[in-house]
Design a protein around this ligand. Structure first.
Ligand code: ZN
Length: 311
């Protein structure tokens, strides 16, 4: 028996005569038996595509469903939470934390051969969410967004210390500072860092605050913050989207390796390598970002059977 993985509307996995579509962003040319949505970032699902696929089971967490379908218009949704085992389309599936954003999950299908799809994931201990466990598998489908050594991130605790030192320096001089984050992901982590650790009450952009509420509804503690509907006050600490342009705005994203803080909800390069090695996978499929480069490193330096696909 073998497992095939290839791009077709998302990632199409053929296993035991079944087709499972992972993170659909367009309609595939073949009808899948089931769909899995790993998390609610818009590069991992397309709502119209999901709507069209009537009658097909759609597996996702409750938080993901709330975020992508606030009016609950999708049919045949199978809600799963970390640690659950379910049978869908005749296949045994398990889901586990991915540690990326609220509701993000990894998928494990055990059909004699095991296949793991990490989705976007993070192995760090963070102020929010639980970290992703490394799952043992035969075939690994891994997010390789930061699959280049340039994106080897400092330890989380060090990043937290540096952010706090910078924020305090601004505030001591009575200057404002805006930390620019992903609306869903680092926005909630930075809210918690400022509120719970720095003990300041940050002004949080309304778009970030909307997602904060979903985290809080699902048990995450972010502390006190003020929801901000316009430019933040001049002498306060603020959490704003990466797209916002304010003076004294500091980007917090994995891409900020030269300026700002490389605080990411994704795994960096060394954690991607760690996952591949500890998963003991015989075959690795890398998707997104530096997929080609990462697969090449796996083949040449680690002797792993690795393949790359750009999304
Ligand atoms: Zn994501």
């Amino acid at each position: 028996m073998s497992i095939k993985v290839y791009p077709n509307g998302g990632l199409l996995v053929e296993i035991k005569g079944r087709k499972i579509l992972l993170d659909p962003t367009s309609l595939p040319s073949e009808k899948p038996d089931a769909v899995f949505v790993s998390h609610a970032h818009s590069d991992h699902y397309n709502f119209k595509t999901l709507r069209i696929m009537k009658g097909i089971p759609k597996v996702m967490s409750q938080a993901t469903w709330e975020l992508i379908d606030p009016k609950r218009r999708l049919d045949n949704v199978t809600i799963v939470e970390s640690g659950d085992s379910v049978e869908v389309a005749g296949l045994a599936m398990e889901v586990h934390e991915a540690g990326h954003v609220i509701g993000s999950l990894q998928l494990l299908i055990d059909a004699g051969l095991r296949m793991v799809y990490t989705g976007d994931f993070n192995l760090d201990r963070r102020l929010v969410l639980k970290s992703a466990p490394i799952l043992k598998t035969d075939v690994l489908v891994i997010d390789s967004t930061y699959g280049h050594p340039r994106y080897t991130f400092p330890p989380r605790a060090q990043l937290y210390r540096e952010i706090l030192r910078t924020v305090r320096a601004f505030l001591e001089e009575n200057k404002g500072v805006a930390l620019a984050t992903r609306v869903l992901g680092t926005g909630q982590e930075v809210t918690a860092l400022l509120s719970l650790v720095a003990k300041v009450v940050p002004f949080v952009d309304r778009r970030v605050a909307e997602k904060n509420r979903v985290y809080e509804k699902h048990g995450e503690i972010l502390g006190s913050y003020v929801v901000n509907t316009s430019a933040p006050p001049r002498s306060a600490a603020a959490v704003v989207p990466l797209s916002a342009r304010y003076c004294n705005s500091i980007p917090c994203t994995g891409w900020a390796t030269n300026s700002g803080f490389p605080l990411s909800s994704h795994a960096g390069f060394t954690d991607l390598i760690k996952y591949v090695l500890e998963s003991e996978a015989n075959e690795v499929f890398a998707f997104w970002g530096f997929a080609e480069y990462f697969a090449d490193v796996l083949r040449r330096e680690l002797g792993v059977h690795a393949y790359a696909y750009q999304h």
